[in-house]
Ligand binder design. Structure first.
Ligand code: PLP
Length: 347
């Protein structure tokens, strides 16, 4: 991707950490959890932070915690495509609620209420900023979700892995601090893969909250689940405070890249292709004439033009003629990819 990473400092943090003795801690090393709480969950006791090797693993742990086999969890549509697999592997049934493209991809409350009326659900997942739409939940939406969580007794799981790349919206921990989540069991997920652009570091975190009567049991059960795997490597846990110190520099480089590529989307104006406004995250949803299905569009772009995009249906985008592109490529190939897209759209 050609982004400048402080590799020497990252390597030095790992080298220092490699000398530490192994201390198995089911929820993670307290020093690492305290560093997460300081930056991503101010005011949250580090005892309420769980470390995992990835956000995907955190989802698996939460499904094990909250759901029995066959229980239902709701996910937003469109969103991140891994949910189906994660749920299948844990024996959890997924259903979805719609995000409305014509309302800034906010939840379509009628569709959420219809899903809640159909069958009890154990958890509702939000992705904020969402992948691929970039949309974030505001305080009003979080309050509306919390009200439903209290009424229906489900937990709220907020995937906030892109929180450092949000342009608006409210973080779940801030909503909790403002009292919006009182009596709701909630989990806010983040990790190094996006916050430090280090997916290979394999370290993610989950901050959680619940009423006093429920919280102790949530933490005790998470402790058992996490103790069964003890998955985050010691070295990255010890290095975590240093990696979080370095992360703002990596994010700054990523943000410059995102801004340059978002600006390049203006080149689609006046062509048969277009783009939804980018509201956060690392992706853009592109619109193309629905003369082919989205998979055919993606196939032709890669085969005929060497341009890689994802079909919109992969993310359950409902309308035809939508593709998803990463905003991380180097600017010159990104501009060339946009030019190839509009040329193909022009026929
Ligand atoms: C919304 C969302 N959540 C979670 C993940 C996975 O993160 P991790 O690498 O921590 O498993 C991704 C990866 O793209 C993502 O887009």
């Amino acid at each position: 991707m050609g982004l400048a990473y402080p590799w020497d400092e990252i390597a030095a943090a790992y080298a220092r950490a490699a000398r530490e003795p192994y201390e198995p801690e089911p929820l993670g090393l307290l020093t690492a959890r305290a560093a997460v709480a300081e930056r991503y969950a101010p005011g949250v006791d580090p005892a309420r932070v769980l470390l995992t090797a990835s956000t995907s693993e955190a989802y698996a742990h939460l499904f094990r915690l909250l759901a029995d086999p066959g229980d239902r969890v709701l996910v937003p549509r469109p969103s991140y495509p891994l949910f189906g697999l994660l749920a299948d592997l844990e024996g959890v049934e997924l259903a979805s609620y719609r995000l409305d493209p014509h309302d800034g991809w906010r939840p379509d409350w009628d569709s959420l209420d219809a899903a809640l009326a159909e069958r009890p659900v154990r958890a509702v997942i939000t992705v904020s900023p969402n992948n691929p739409t970039g949309s974030s939940l505001d305080g009003g939406a979080l309050a509306a979700l919390a009200e439903r969580a209290r009424a229906h007794g489900f937990a709220l799981i907020a995937d906030e892995v892109f929180c450092d790349f949000r342009r608006d919206g409210v973080a779940l921990v801030d909503a909790a601090r403002d009292g919006l989540l009182d009596d709701v069991t909630w989990f806010a997920l983040g990790g190094l893969s996006k916050s430090a652009g280090l997916p290979g570091a394999k370290l993610a975190w989950t901050a959680c909250g619940a009423s006093e009567t429920v919280l102790g049991e949530v933490l005790a059960r998470l402790d058992v689940i996490a103790d069964t795997f003890l998955s985050p490597a010691m070295v990255v846990q010890v290095a975590l405070p240093a990696l979080l110190e370095l992360a703002p520099r990596i994010r700054a480089a990523i943000r410059v890249r995102l801004d340059v590529n978002v600006a390049a989307l203006a080149s689609l104006v006046g062509t048969p292709a277009g783009a939804w406004p980018v509201m956060g995250g690392w992706s853009v949803v592109l619109r193309v004439p629905a003369i082919h299905g989205d998979e055919e569009w993606a196939r032709r772009l890669v085969v005929e033009r060497g341009v890689v995009v994802q079909p919109g249906s992969f993310f359950e985008l409902e309308a035809e003629g939508q593709l998803v592109a990463s905003l991380l490529p180097e600017p010159a190939p990104f501009r060339a990819g946009l030019a190839a897209l509009s040329a193909l759209a022009a026929g």
